[in-house]
Design a binder for this molecule. Structure first.
Ligand code: FAD
Ligand code: SF4
Length: 516
């Protein structure tokens, strides 16, 4: 087609470019770091990814550093005579902006920017619309969507569209507690052929990474604030790195992924997770390729429950979240069905100030976010999210916090996961009941509780587990709503039977915003 392809910083893989010899425009804009406080590792990852992509493209790249996009396009010489094309971006704000560029309302003028459909997902908006049309809002179930994804891509499907292994989901087999007595999963898991599971694959840093770090230091000296600890880069930023990371995961760790998917160990924050979300979200790894490569591992002896569980995450959940972000409209971010408006207390919000937390699970997970900008799904949902839900944190503020603190956080993925799945602020589109639970769940799924100063079975007093007490306080606050849902009405009945109910609620009121 001849025009230059402009790629946003989450469109960095080869699949975002059509002409293998064509020019690519990359804009490095750092003004966002002056407006919001990001984890330093996140800033590092994104800048490293952009500059690695530029290095890879060599003389095919136009690389422009600018304050903002409009300035950047002007500096890059974009005009109606020298137009660019761009794949539809990933947030409502960016899409609106790109459409204004296309119409000429802002930027270098009508005809300078052409729009191409979004890429980087395992479904198009038309695929989702075809599936969702005629279904009630409440019937937009992930499980159902996931089946259509499997069939459409022919992944783990045989014959005339039947699931390999006779079932679409092996979820029930994928909820094991961590192996007893193990401090790390690698110690405990012997994957075929009976070799201990190695550590995850880690990238090797280069001069580009060092250069980014110097620039971040420079920004900090100029007054830009980052939070969190910096450290060796953990996540793949190029297609080549991501391919290596994927192959390593598939060979050594995928087999153990399924059974321990939901488990947590204080001594092993990575467990058997793939650590690929940041790379997939940067666009350097295509989700369909990932799912196909995982499905192939069944032939190499990886257990089907693990392979299926992983495929479900990558083409089921991820696309479901992506599509809901658009389907639910621009107001999704502002939903607040539980009327939860509490601001995040500083000990939670400011990663560099969290050392006051003594609740072992929460302290460990906040530590993981501070140190890595990452925690796996269950710490996000059942520790951080659960805590926010129990205490009525403002869903928008919490979404913003997750977005800024996590290396893989982007608007499209954070809004449904935080507002919808974890805070139930969408009133039940993503989850049929709120993901609120007491310390018993954390105790069952982790090794956090034994050495903790609190006891998950205690509700009131010095050793009362803040998650257990917080759970009951949440049930009390939303008794009407939970009582009217058959999936949660038993919790309300349970609360009524608690003899120490009044003392418990008083205790939680007194606790206020104090760090647990
Ligand atoms: P694995 O456990 O190895 O899973 C494989 C892949 O599946 C992931 O890499 C990811 O691409 C995909 N995936 C699985 N679940 C989801 C999901 N719910 N939404 C989107 N993709 C999914 N994921 C993000 O990519 N970015 C986020 O900002 C993000 N925020 C989250 C916030 C909350 C409160 C919750 C509950 C979940 C969030 N997730 C987010 C989803 C999920 O927790 C992460 O994708 C996962 O933990 C990343 O680690 P991993 O790559 O090792 O994933
Ligand atoms: Fe967390 Fe409660 Fe267990 Fe302590 S006892 S680790 S606070 S769930």
């Amino acid at each position: 087609e001849g025009t230059v392809r402009w790629c946003f910083a989450d469109q960095l893989g080869p699949s975002f470019v059509d002409d293998p010899d064509g020019q690519v425009l990359l804009l490095e804009t750092t003004s966002v770091f002056r407006r919001r406080v990001f984890h330093r590792r996140k800033a590092h990852l994104v800048l490293s990814a952009l500059r690695h992509r530029a290095a890879e493209l060599g003389d095919r790249v136009r690389y422009v550093k600018a304050g903002g996009y409009v300035d950047g396009l002007a500096a890059a010489g974009v005009s109606p005579e020298d137009p660019v094309s761009v794949c539809d971006p990933t947030s409502w704000a960016a899409r609106r902006f790109v459409r204004r560029l296309v119409s000429g309302e802002v930027g270098p003028g009508a005809g300078s920017v052409r729009l191409v459909a979004a890429r980087g997902y395992a479904s198009s908006h038309a695929d989702f619309a075809a599936w969702a049309t005629g279904r009630e809002q409440r019937r937009l179930l992930q499980d159902d969507w996931y089946r259509t994804q499997r069939v459409r891509h022919g992944i783990l499907v045989e014959g005339d569209g039947q699931p390999v292994g006779g079932r679409w989901s092996f979820d029930e087999e994928n909820r094991e507690s961590p192996p007893r007595g193990a401090t790390t999963l690698s110690d405990a898991v012997m994957s075929a052929p009976m070799t201990p599971m190695p550590e995850p694959w880690w990238p090797e840093e280069d001069d580009i990474d060092a250069g980014v770090r110097e620039d971040l230091d420079h920004m900090e000296r100029e007054g830009v604030r980052f939070v969190g600890e910096d450290g060796p880069r953990r996540f793949a930023v190029t297609a080549a790195e991501a391919t290596t990371a994927l192959a390593h995961f598939l060979e050594h760790r995928l087999d153990a992924f399924g059974p321990y998917e939901d488990a947590m160990l204080a001594g092993d924050r990575w467990m058997a997770h793939s650590l690929l979300s940041a790379s997939i979200n940067l666009g350097v790894l295509d989700p369909v390729d990932v799912a196909r490569a995982a499905a192939d591992r069944v032939q190499h002896g990886a257990r089907l429950a693990s392979v299926e569980g992983f495929v479900r995450q990558v083409i089921g959940w991820r696309d479901y979240v992506w599509q809901l972000y658009w389907h639910q409209g621009e107001g999704y971010r502002e939903r607040d069905a539980l009327q939860a408006g509490r601001p995040l207390p500083a000990w939670f919000a400011d990663l560099d100030a969290d050392r006051t937390v003594t609740a072992r699970c929460l302290s460990d997970v906040l530590g993981s976010v501070r140190e890595e900008g990452w925690a796996h799904h269950i710490p996000r949902l059942m520790v951080l999210g659960n805590w926010g839900l129990q205490h009525g944190y403002d869903p928008q503020a919490l979404t913003d916090w997750f977005h800024r603190s996590f290396v893989d956080g982007y608007e499209w993925v954070m809004v449904p996961n935080v507002v919808g799945m974890s805070q139930h602020a969408d009133g039940g589109v993503m989850a049929t009941k709120p993901y609120a639970s007491g310390g018993a769940y954390i105790d069952r799924m982790s090794d956090y509780c034994k050495p903790c100063r609190y006891d998950p079975k205690v509700r009131v007093g010095e050793t009362a587990c803040p998650f257990t007490a917080g759970y009951w306080a949440f049930v009390a606050r939303h008794a009407d709503l939970l009582g009217s849902n058959p999936r949660t009405s038993r919790a309300v009945a349970g609360l009524r039977r608690l003899g120490d109910r009044e003392a418990l609620l008083r205790q939680e009121l007194d606790r206020g915003d104090a760090a647990p």
